[in-house]
Design a protein around this ligand. Structure first.
Ligand SMILES: [Zn+2]
Length: 432
């Protein structure tokens, strides 16, 4: 680590407990705090309803959680859905979603929605770096050839990103202004600033340059958001979250968080913050803590792309309020079932005659009505219903876990609950 770490600024008084709701009904209120950590409960208010936090937000990339109806999402306790600006821009187009009355109305979802900016997708689909986010990157530094052997489909410059569609190879360009316009047309309650997502393989010098760019883009997003909000004043207010990058560098993460928290353009500040980019799994809690140390207590924080139980506990303890991840549904479609004693594959021979539920004690509609043997059969037969039933279980598992963590904070037994849950989960995983 080079450079001196930036310390949190002294507080000038007790942190405000509540944030006044701006016109249009977006706001955040802190509830119960952990004694010795930044973790807390809270309530995000949006024009389409409230989100009790901590909360797991289910991912419906293309305005659908694959194979699952919105009414099933309601039943499994999902509080909000996060869709993707890049995918909806390419198909069906933001104008069409706007004509339909916005994302929630278009997809028939009765609650709050979020969209991410498209920055991660245009860069990762273009450069192919999604595959290396989880790699052991020790000793690797590479700013140019991120996906060797693959044609690079995205080019970043200081003004924006030019990329080729993964669908048909057509050329497109996203800038902060374009991303804001698309997300205003999509009309989600929470939208994200357009940022450059780097990888752990990028050099320190590149991370510094990239952060300067992301910060300049954050200012442009605020200006365009203020302009569009004024221009479209009859519509419900959309909360704009700035995204904190900085990879694994403490001073960069802290500086990025502090600058975004202080940023004000045309009277507009960020309504909340995303914590993005590649995170070293073993340092996730610590990195999250560097960031939340610098952020105002009275605004919500969203940790992007996290869903495993140990990561959720670490992120929540460190002060993150909401989470999203495609993994519960993606792994379900591949046959992996989440349980409190770890994951197992339902299509293995051991489940052929297992007439108990996917997880005894689970309160999801799949476990109430169907057996492992039936899901084993559906998986082996490649029946479409398999995707629906398995996804409902995994999404319910993840939503319920975060709900239970919220309850444990409210009732004052977070540490005991974490020790109990992770003890069972991690030992079961080792055994499995
Ligand atoms: Zn279940």
């Amino acid at each position: 680590m080079s450079g001196s770490p930036v310390r949190p600024q002294p507080e000038t008084g007790p942190p405000p407990e509540t944030a006044p709701a701006p016109p249009g009904g977006f706001g955040f209120q802190v509830g119960v705090r952990l004694d010795d950590q930044p973790g807390r409960t809270g309530l995000i208010r949006t024009p389409h309803g409230s989100i009790a936090t901590p909360a797991f937000i289910v991912v419906g990339t293309r305005a659908t959680v694959r194979a699952v109806q919105p009414r099933d999402l309601v039943e499994l306790g999902a509080q909000a859905v996060l869709a993707n600006a890049y995918h909806l821009y390419l198909q069906p187009g933001p104008e069409l979603v706007e004509q339909a009355g916005g994302l929630a109305a278009f997809m028939g979802w009765p609650g709050p929605t979020m969209t991410d900016s498209g920055g991660f997708q245009v860069l990762s689909l273009g450069a192919g770096f999604k595959k290396v986010l989880a790699m052991d990157t020790a000793g690797l530094v590479d700013d140019d050839v991120i996906a060797p052997g693959k044609d690079r489909l995205a080019r970043v410059d200081d003004d924006g990103v030019t990329f080729k569609s993964h669908r048909d190879g057509s050329s497109h360009r996203f800038t902060p202004e374009v991303s804001m316009r698309i997300q205003h047309q999509l009309g989600a309650d929470v939208i994200f600033a357009f940022d450059e997502c780097t990888t752990l393989m990028n050099s320190r010098a590149y991370q510094e340059r990239s952060l300067e760019r992301t910060e300049a883009w954050a200012g442009r997003c605020l200006a365009e958001h203020a302009r569009l909000t004024a221009e479209r004043a009859a519509r419900p207010y959309q909360g704009l979250f700035g995204v904190v990058q900085g990879a694994q560098h403490e001073d960069l993460r802290r500086r990025a968080a502090r600058r975004l928290a202080e940023l004000e353009v045309d009277g507009q500040t960020f309504d909340g913050f995303g914590i993005g980019g590649a995170l070293e799994k073993e340092n996730l809690g610590r990195i999250c803590r560097w960031v939340t140390d610098q952020l105002p207590a009275d605004k919500p924080r969203h940790l992007l792309g996290i869903a495993t139980p140990e990561d959720l506990f670490a992120g929540i303890e460190a002060g993150a309020d909401t989470f999203d991840c495609v993994n519960p549904s993606r792994t379900a479609r591949n046959g992996a079932i989440y349980t409190q004693t770890g994951r197992y594959n339902v299509d293995t021979l051991a489940n052929r005659r297992a007439f108990e539920p996917l997880e005894p004690g689970c309160d999801c509609s799949t476990c109430a009505q169907h057996s492992r043997a039936y899901l084993h059969h559906l998986a082996k037969s490649k029946e479409l219903l398999f995707y629906t039933l398995a996804t409902i279980h995994n999404e319910r598992f993840t939503v319920r876990l975060v709900d239970d963590i919220r309850h444990s904070i409210e009732q004052g037994f977070f540490k005991d609950f974490r020790a109990d849950f992770l003890g069972r989960y991690l030992s079961g995983r080792r055994a499995g």
